[in-house]
Design a protein around this ligand. Structure first.
Ligand SMILES: [Fe+2]
Length: 294
């Protein structure tokens, strides 16, 4: 059945506003349990590791609800799915008691070599069919709600025959999975490719959004780069407000990704508070609309 995911989504918990667990931030994260609602953990940084990594993971999961955000599934690759990776990932999501797990709309390996990059795929129906088949295999094996994230692309990949928004929409519907909507990636791609980010959001099946990513970017000459290395820009907050205010959108979690130029933790706390306020306003506005129409 095509809409199983939307039924399953109704059972998912609401986690609030959280942060990606990064080694440099760990001490502050462990001390600031009132400012952070949940953690997003990159499984590749912890799977199969002992020592300090294991201790950090255990401490994180003792203090917070965690979700898993992978980078090596390589859904768009022509390589076979890596079943030993999936076996380890299944154990990991079980260990951290994640209510869902995510990875990216990209390829990250070629010829079984991991490239440590999230590389864009051609936006066309062949890719949709290919990725749909793989997402269905992953879902069946993992037995946990699966959400996929929109990524950045800085050139049009040869072979593309449709827009990114059309590609993502068809992929989400055909694979019947959830969306991890990276709002900063929407902004970066739309500015770089001359598109309207609001119109882009209008084209997506946003009712499938389980989680949102917020992050900073950097202008570099004519290009905007998705750096995760600066504070979140105002237009990205505006887009968040817009996405959350759209009818039928019920987002279960929002997290900040900060990977470089780590600021004083107070800056991240201010960003968490700003997002919480937008989230709270959008949720109460949605509730009042529901009441008025009830
Ligand atoms: Fe992201």
């Amino acid at each position: 059945m095509q809409n199983d995911f939307l039924s399953a989504k109704k059972q998912l918990p609401f986690l609030g506003v959280g942060l990606g667990l990064r080694t440099e931030l760990a001490e502050s994260i462990f001390a600031e349990t009132t400012a952070i609602d949940f953690l997003e953990i990159i499984p590749e940084q912890y799977m199969g590791k002992g020592g300090e990594s294991r201790e950090r993971l255990e401490k994180a999961c003792s203090l917070y609800q965690a979700v898993s955000h992978g980078v090596n599934l390589s859904l768009g690759s022509t390589d076979e799915l890596d079943w030993s990776y999936l076996r380890t990932l299944k154990q990991f999501v079980n260990d951290i008691r994640a209510p869902w797990f995510s990875d990216h709309v990209c390829f990250a390996s070629l010829g079984q070599v991991y490239l440590h990059e999230l590389l864009p795929v051609p936006f066309n129906r062949t890719t949709i069919e290919h990725m749909t088949r793989r997402i269905k295999q992953v879902k069946a094996y993992m037995e946990l709600p699966f959400i996929i994230e929109n990524t950045t692309y800085y050139m049009n990949v040869p072979g593309s025959a449709m827009s990114e928004a059309q590609f993502l929409s068809e992929l989400l519907e055909q694979a019947d999975c959830g969306l991890l909507l990276d709002i900063n990636n929407v902004y970066v791609n739309c500015i770089n490719h001359g598109l309207d980010p609001y119109g882009f959001l209008d084209q997506l099946p946003l009712e499938r959004t389980v989680q949102i990513h917020m992050a900073g970017h950097k202008q570099s000459g004519d290009i905007v780069l998705d750096t995760h290395g600066s504070s979140i820009a105002d237009p990205v907050y505006d887009l968040l407000r817009y996405a959350l205010g759209k009818p039928g959108v019920k987002v279960h979690a929002i997290s900040i990704e900060r990977d470089q130029n780590q600021p004083a933790f107070t800056e991240l706390k201010e960003e968490l508070a700003a997002i919480k306020s937008i989230y709270k306003n959008a949720t109460s506005a949605a509730l009042s609309v529901k009441k008025a129409g009830a």
